[in-house]
Design a protein around this ligand. Structure first.
Ligand code: DGL
Length: 268
């Protein structure tokens, strides 16, 4: 593998730009190819079979671009398609998901503790976090709650807002999450409401921003494998399978600045 090859990052849409943003902050020299499957979002309500089919199509695009790493930035796709994608990609690229870095993090920091998870229906119903947590054998109790209203709410720009505050409060008050000491934000969109969730818990629960943990995991992998792009120049492309002006405008919410989206239809 070549260190100047790009990092491929994909998501169901533009929410994965929170992960891409964390990656560009920590690894500013890396070439990035982002793919948002805006034609098929949301993945959170789709079947595993549908998400797997979309993920393979996207991987073909990223492999054509000779990516050294394929980062599945979407929690729902990480839950539904990681094993298949890893097998499909084989030795052509390293495949990283957004779940394993968090599992490693809680393993190091939360043995014998009770942790909460919020995410889409796909992510929570897949039970993948619970299975992986149980495999650690660290006596970590995981309590999960599907919070499907949060992603569309954020996409519509409702965060740091009274509407978002009541929806967040309603979800976090759910007795399923009673007694947790940390909360995993298991969805691309949730870094945008981290502050509001922090305010709700008033420091009593650690709220885990997964995008930063994932970026650090990627950094460690690249540096341990001598794959860091050292040159002080980069190329970035942000592809979407369906283009609208509204998607492009919303990139600002997730990436902190508006970026130019390039239309790349997935299906002929
Ligand atoms: N990217 C998805 C995730 O992280 C959220 C949006 C969707 O449902 O497609 O689970």
């Amino acid at each position: 593998m070549n260190s100047s090859a790009p990092i491929g990052i994909f998501d169901s849409g533009i929410g994965g730009l929170t992960v891409a943003y964390a990656v560009t902050k920590l690894l500013p020299n890396e070439n990035i190819i982002y793919f948002g499957d805006t034609a098929h979002l949301p993945y959170g309500d789709k079947s595993a079979a549908a998400i797997q089919a979309y993920s393979i199509k996207i991987c073909n695009v990223l492999l054509q671009q000779k990516c050294k790493v394929i980062l599945i930035a979407c929690n729902s796709a990480s839950a539904a398609a990681f094993e298949l994608v890893k097998e499909y990609v084989g030795s052509k690229a390293k495949v990283i998901n957004v779940i394993d870095p968090i599992i490693e993090y809680i393993s190091d920091n939360y043995a014998d503790k009770t942790i909460g998870l919020i995410g889409t229906k796909q992510t929570v119903n897949s039970n993948i976090y619970r299975k992986k947590t149980d495999l650690l054998g660290k006596n970590i109790v995981l309590k999960s709650l599907a919070t499907p209203l949060l992603a569309p709410m954020i996409e519509e720009g409702f965060f740091n807002h009274t509407i978002s505050e009541s929806i967040i409060t309603e979800y976090l008050q759910n007795s399923t999450l009673d007694g947790i000491e940390a909360l995993i934000l298991g969805c691309t969109h949730y870094p945008l409401i981290k502050e509001q969730i922090d305010n709700y818990y008033k420091g009593k629960v650690s709220v885990l921003d997964t995008s930063e943990i994932v970026a650090k995991f990627l950094y460690k992998y690249l540096s341990e494998n001598h794959l860091l792009h050292e040159m002080n120049a980069y190329i970035r492309h942000f592809y979407v399978s369906d283009y609208t002006q509204s998607f492009e405008t919303s990139t600002k919410i997730f990436f902190g600045e508006q970026i130019r989206l390039e239309h790349y239809p997935l299906w002929e």
